[in-house]
Design a protein around this ligand. Structure first.
Ligand code: 4NP
Length: 160
């Protein structure tokens, strides 16, 4: 069975596309791309169809990661699948998801999986402009999330 992971932020142009790209990169490196599907979406619809924010694309490129996704909004189908890991970037995203769709058995905040970060909400670089700091937090959270999923789902990694 494939594991599905959906990263969610407000606009789906800054934080959740960054998390999607970083996590996909880690999944590929672990040889798990056949077992884990990665996606992202926004709770809001303002930026649907747009490319990721230039700041997100720039910081990903600086870390050797390409990303070509386009923004989309969270759908009922996303939230109807109890097996999808829904990973919110901050408490406000999590509250918005719960308010609209109710409780979900695999709804988490990304930084609940982080081991280094001193914060639990990924700050929005759309307002702060600090994309590199956000990258460091996202990487920390994604590393912990992947370890969690590998263990919880009993996946076997292959090193390259
Ligand atoms: P994101 O950042 O949720 O990390 O994609 C934002 C992008 C756009 C807006 C807010 C946050 N906006 O209000 O348009």
């Amino acid at each position: 069975m494939r594991v599905r992971v959906l990263f969610v932020c407000l606009g789906n142009i800054c934080r959740s596309p960054m998390a999607e790209a970083v996590f996909q990169h880690m999944v590929d490196e672990a040889g798990l791309s056949e077992q884990i599907t990665v996606d992202s979406a926004g709770t809001g619809s303002w930026h649907v169809g747009e490319k990721a924010h230039p700041g997100t694309r720039r910081v990903l490129a600086a870390h050797g990661i390409t990303y070509n996704g386009r923004a989309r909004q969270v759908t009922a189908a996303d939230m109807a699948d109890d097996h999808t890991y829904i990973i919110a970037m901050d408490q406000s995203n999590l509250n918005d998801l719960q308010r609209t769709w109710g409780d979900h058995p695999r709804l988490y905040r990304l930084l609940d999986f982080a081991s280094q970060a001193e914060v639990r909400d990924v700050p929005d670089p759309y307002y702060t402009g600090n994309f590199e700091y956000v990258y460091q937090l996202v990487e920390d959270g994604c590393r912990g999330l992947l370890a969690h999923i590998i263990q919880a789902e009993g996946l076997r990694t292959s090193s390259h």
